[in-house]
Design a protein around this ligand. Structure first.
Ligand code: T4K
Length: 402
């Protein structure tokens, strides 16, 4: 036994450093006073959904923010990805990373398309353009990049591949509201980009999302797909659309959030920089590479855990952090090609997704949210330092519990 009791990790009988849990994310929402008047108007007027004034205002405000011609608000990013994929093709394969949230691939399946997983880059964990090139075949109808944790993909390189093969490129930008690629807001890349405004995202409205595009014809199609395929004021439907609408309450929160998003991104980037520098000396923890072209919103702050150097493997560290009141998450492990839902997809081999396998095996996302204080960020670093210092004993303790 080493160290005084007060210095020992919780798993070894010590007290937690943290006065209250550090959750993976925490939505930062506007105070009631900021939206009360408009909320009352909605409640009194009775228009709660169906392309109401707040949804239309949010679409306009987001189009200006993203610097695009059109924004189509949706009930969530999954619905947005579904209708975008369906508008682009009704059969064939879409190339995407396996290292992403399940909804990225599920949306394709619901649109009648087949996910084809390609490997990621070892530094940024985004789609590897060379792997995409390799994966393209006669069935490929589109490429979908994912701006993972808010770090934009290698957009230009992916676009070159897409152009060479004459297929559309679009992005799952669920994580990337407020991120920038080469100085421009994410939103205008590829044919379209799909955002999530879920409660756990940096721009939380509850359930919500949006599709951004400069393509007027596509935007018009998406508006149809979003509302049962029914043009406004008509009873006849032109296509078998879904109900993908956003509600007025959510749009109202979004309108208010938009005023502070850039401030929140800046705060998260400052916290992430602080955490990265405080942990720089700890062996066995590697951070997502931040490319010079990227301005990440730090939707998530991830670490790669090298078991040998840190002294604990990812799963052990996850458990030890839980005991300390730190709610880290294994986003996105297992990768999608290891999910039961995709077990029957042919042509998926671990060897072809070697980087994905390796990254997913060591990944852990740490708590980071817009209202996190510097004190909380420092405490998080102290906890990680302590877990490393006591790693041999923690490892032995966890092995004995198995
Ligand atoms: N593409 C990508 C790459 C995505 O990551 C996602 C969603 C999508 C597409 C689809 O977007 P949406 O269709 O959802 O718009 C979350 C979210 O449900 C999901 O939106 C997100 N990605 C995924 C990565 O994570 P969970 O299961 O991790 O959330 P949960 O309930 O465990 O909550 C996490 C933490 O957040 C907890 O500490 C509590 C806190 N929380 C959560 C909720 C729901 C709150 O404080 N308030 C809340 O209302 O899924």
């Amino acid at each position: 036994m080493s160290g005084k009791r007060a210095d020992r990790p919780v798993l070894l009988g010590g007290p937690s450093i943290l006065p209250q849990p550090l959750t993976i994310v925490r939505p930062l929402l506007p105070p009631l006073a900021a939206i009360q008047e408009r909320l009352e108007q909605a409640l009194q007027g009775g228009q709660l959904t169906n392309n109401g004034p707040y949804v239309r205002a949010l679409e306009e405000a987001l189009a200006a923010y993203f610097g695009v011609a059109h924004v189509v608000a949706v009930g969530n990013a999954t619905a947005g990805l579904m209708i975008l994929a369906r508008a682009l093709a009704s059969e064939g394969e879409v190339i995407l990373p396996s290292f992403t949230f399940s909804a990225s691939a599920h949306a394709l399946v619901w649109a009648g398309l087949r996910p084809a997983f390609a490997d990621i880059l070892p530094g940024t964990y985004t789609l590897d353009p060379a792997a995409v090139e390799h994966a393209i075949n006669e069935r490929t109808v589109a490429i979908m990049g994912v701006h993972i944790y808010g770090h934009p993909c290698e957009v230009n390189e992916l676009q070159q591949v897409a152009d060479r093969h004459g297929i559309p490129l679009f992005f799952d930008a669920a994580h990337a509201t407020g991120s920038r690629y080469r100085g421009r807001p994410v939103g205008g890349n590829g044919l379209a980009e799909v955002f999530s405004f879920h409660a756990t995202k940096i721009f939380p409205v509850g359930e919500g999302g949006a599709i951004a595009t400069d393509d007027s014809a596509l935007a018009e199609q998406l508006r149809l797909w979003r509302v049962f395929g029914c043009p406004p004021g008509e009873e006849n439907t032109l296509l078998a659309g879904i109900n993908g609408k956003m509600q007025e309450f959510n749009a109202l929160i979004g309108l208010e959030n938009l005023k502070s998003i850039d401030r929140h991104v800046a705060h998260r980037r400052a916290l992430a920089a602080m955490i990265r520098s405080q942990l720089a000396a700890l062996p066995g923890l590697r951070f997502q590479t931040q490319q010079p072209y990227a301005y990440s919103n730090y939707q998530n702050l991830s670490i790669q855990v090298d078991a040998e150097q840190f002294g604990l493997n990812r799963d052990e560290l996850y458990l030890a952090l839980r005991a300390e009141n730190v709610h880290a998450r294994k986003y996105f492990s297992p990768p999608l090609h290891r999910h039961d839902a995709y077990a029957n997809l042919p042509n998926i081999s671990g060897a072809a997704l070697a980087v994905t396998e390796q990254i997913a095996g060591g990944i852990l996302c740490l708590p980071l949210y817009s209202q996190m204080s510097e004190r909380e960020a420092s405490d998080l670093c102290l906890v990680l330092q302590r877990l490393h210092d006591f790693s041999p004993e923690i490892h032995a303790q966890l092995m004995s519990e198995q």
